[in-house]
Design a protein around this ligand. Structure first.
Ligand SMILES: Cc1cc2nc3c(=O)[nH]c(=O)nc-3n(C[C@H](O)[C@H](O)[C@H](O)COP(=O)(O)OP(=O)(O)OC[C@H]3O[C@@H](n4cnc5c(N)ncnc54)[C@H](O)[C@@H]3O)c2cc1C
Length: 428
């Protein structure tokens, strides 16, 4: 039977970051993903590397976590980040202005007042009726570039990554989880893999995995959110409404598009839910309050994904549930050894979550190596992979040739996106 130091269940941004962190400390992790990498929430997010400002007033812990990670990710993954900066624009809730600035100051989130006239010159598509503007350090973090860089770093450090391998059960010896039973969807076989520690990073599916270990009492609130794509870049910066975090607050410039989001509605099953039909009209109204021209351009498509939030008692206003993360050690909490679960958090804070989980894994295994991911630059696949490696992996010759051509063509962005996806599919 195969044996690893750790099995990581779920290949979203959190699982990839955990596999990388553990491997970089010299451990041998196996990452299991039931579909493609990033096929859960991470591949369908809003694209925002938070500065923390959004949470400064009502969720200071999450604000602080985001502010710290914002700096780190810009440093270690510059090739995945577009450092756009962001504006918070005041439209109507004027009483929030002072509170917002106070919250940012208290949580050490850098902000700068911007004259409205200057902001409108910088961002001419903005609603001309904005009353005040504050600049923050928001940025765009391109999901697939980041994921592939994390995956590559994990592989280069010795991690094993298997896609289309679904965990269908956990192996138990007494009160200890000793591995996973896995269905390999590629060759229709079932096998068992053993590990000293099993880490659940299955996002909104984590509750299902915990149930496999008979852990029934960790409750998550599964909150779906819809985003709408405007097929045009409307601003240089990320634009947020300056108000208590609510639905339809943010427009993110993502490549040549702009993403208007989001909404929040509780669902039961992340594999079986639909986008409420009223979300299109709602996002159109909210988005065009920021950029009136959205009404003329329209949306090219809508998509949605599910937040794996931490359930706190009876709280039903999903915007009031904290976006901070938590790591559950089920030995302490539920008398189940060898099992850890990561819950909550943001795409922005995935690296920090992975650090916290990996610290705990190392503690359990008596490994003394500390985290290196804070200060180690992630590999840029296009720089790290040689044409020879791509050729060996089966990547088509025409793509390799074009990928290694000098940048500068108008198709560069499309080509790079295609390349990232292809590299991912040939590597794992
Ligand atoms: C609408 C919306 C917008 C968001 N926007 C932002 C944003 O702009 N900025 C930000 O920082 N955060 C944002 N977030 C939050 C962020 O996207 C999530 O916190 C993050 O992506 C969660 O990643 P994850 O790896 O934990 O989960 P996921 O990405 O869902 O990964 C879990 C993986 O586990 C796999 N899996 C499930 N069951 C099994 C099994 N049995 N065996 C093997 N694999 C399994 C799934 O297929 C999936 O790939 C947003 C969230 C939502 C919902």
């Amino acid at each position: 039977m195969e044996r690893y130091d750790a099995i990581v269940i779920g290949g979203g941004v959190t699982g990839l970051a955990v596999a990388y962190d553990l491997a970089s400390r010299g451990l041998k992790p196996l990452l299991l993903e039931r579909n493609d990498l990033m096929s859960g929430t991470s591949g369908k997010y809003h694209g925002l590397l938070h500065s923390g400002a959004r949470y400064a007033v009502n969720d200071p812990e999450a604000a602080y976590e985001c502010a710290v990670e914002n700096k780190i990710i810009k440093e270690i993954a510059g090739h995945c980040v577009e450092d756009t900066g962001g504006y918070f624009v005041l439209l109507d809730e004027e009483e929030y202005y002072d509170e917002f600035k106070r919250g940012c100051k208290e949580n050490q989130i850098p902000i700068k007042d911007v004259d409205v006239g200057e902001a409108l010159r910088e961002e001419p598509n903005l609603n001309p009726n904005i009353k005040a503007v504050v600049e923050v350090q928001d940025a765009v973090l391109y999901a697939y570039r980041f994921a592939i860089s994390l995956g590559l770093a994990a592989k280069m450090n010795g991690a094993e990554i298997r896609t289309y391998n679904e965990v269908i059960g956990l192996l138990k010896e007494g009160r200890r989880i000793v591995g996973a039973k896995v269905f390999n969807k590629i060759n229709n076989s079932v096998y068992e893999a053993k590990a000293d520690v099993t880490v659940v990073t299955a996002g909104p599916w984590s509750e299902k995995i915990m149930c496999m270990a008979n852990v029934q009492n960790v409750k998550m609130v599964l909150t779906a959110g819809t985003m709408a794509v405007v097929p045009r870049r409307l601003s240089k910066r990320v634009i947020n409404k300056m108000r208590i975090p609510s639905d339809g607050d943010i427009v993110v410039p993502y490549g040549n598009n702009s993403i208007v989001g989001t909404t929040a509605y509780v669902i039961e099953d992340p594999d079986n839910y639909t986008i409420p039909p009223e979300d299109a009209e709602f996002l159109m109204d909210e988005g065009s309050a920021i950029f009136p021209m959205i009404k003329n351009i329209g949306f090219s498509r809508m998509y949605s994904s599910v937040r794996p939030l931490i359930s706190v008692g009876e709280e039903i206003d999903t915007r009031k549930i904290s976006r901070r993360y938590e790591i559950y050690d089920h030995e302490e909490l539920h008398n189940v050894e060898g099992l850890l679960t990561a819950i909550g958090g943001k795409f922005t804070t995935a690296r920090a979550m992975a650090e916290a989980i990996s610290d705990l894994v190392c503690k359990k295994l008596g490994v003394k190596k500390g985290c290196k991911t804070k200060e180690t630059k992630l590999p840029n696949p296009v720089e790290v992979l040689s044409a020879e490696q791509l050729r060996k992996s089966g990547c088509p010759e025409s793509l390799i040739r074009r990928a290694f051509e000098k940048k500068g063509t108008i198709d560069e962005e499309l080509l790079m996106n295609a390349l990232y996806v292809l590299i991912a599919s040939f590597l794992w």
